[in-house]
Design a binder for this molecule. Structure first.
Ligand code: HEC
Length: 187
């Protein structure tokens, strides 16, 4: 065999070499596992669980104002939260472009998760707006446009969290809470 015809010394070094590679690999995996998983979730390869999404929404959305601003937001106050999530993204980019440090942006997958969280906790009034108006306000935000066309019963985070009201939330009581924003039935 290959190892058999090596002298003892070379065998020893080979084993040490292989052992070190395995060790370093294992160490890196342990050290960066959480970060790797977090990155895979942020990029949408692994879905957020509802409670992770909720924690994410609170972290990302309390960077500039309190979450009370969100829980008090109501259907009379402005466009549905899917649009707000898009607008805040724009605000974050503006702040960052101005050179403000320490404000974290969110990825597409995170925007989709965050929008679902606030829809569930505060209210979803996408079906009371004309679809074309929402589409216009989303300004080509592909991920959120895709969410808009996802029936609510298929939005797993929104479904899981619906019924968990944010403290102090105004909450718009939809007459048809599970009606999807269906493009084929659009105006
Ligand atoms: C870059 C800082 C920043 C971040 C991060 C941020 N916001 Fe805002 N938010 C603002 C500013 C500035 C305003 C006030 C804008 C205005 O009044 O026109 C605001 C206002 C709001 C309002 C009130 C709008 C209204 O018409 O009353 C809501 C709701 C809101 N944000 C939700 C969110 C959500 C949800 C997130 C997370 C996705 C978020 N914000 C993240 C800066 C931010």
């Amino acid at each position: 065999m290959f190892l058999g015809c090596m002298d003892r010394n070379r065998k020893k070094w080979l084993l040490i070499g292989v052992g070190s590679v395995v060790f370093v690999f294992a160490l890196l995996t342990v050290l960066f596992w959480d970060r790797a998983i977090a990155e895979l979730k942020a990029q949408g390869y692994i879905p957020y669980t509802p409670s992770e999404a909720q924690a994410l929404a609170v972290t990302k959305c309390s960077q500039c104002h309190s979450t009370e601003r969100i829980s008090k937001y109501c259907f009379r106050c402005g466009p549905p939260l899917i649009v707000v999530v898009h607008n805040m993204r724009t605000l974050i980019r503006l702040e960052r472009a101005k050179g403000k440090k320490g404000i974290e942006d969110y990825t597409d997958a995170q925007a989709v998760a965050i929008a679902q969280v606030w829809n569930a906790l505060v209210g979803n009034w996408e079906d009371t707006w004309r679809r074309q108006d929402i589409v216009k306000l989303l300004e080509g935000d592909k991920a959120l446009l895709e969410l808009l066309d996802t029936p609510i019963e298929e939005r797993h985070i929104e479904v899981a969290l619906s019924g968990k009201m944010a403290p102090g939330a105004y909450r718009y009581n939809q007459k048809t809470p599970l009606k999807p924003a269906n493009p084929s039935k659009g105006p």
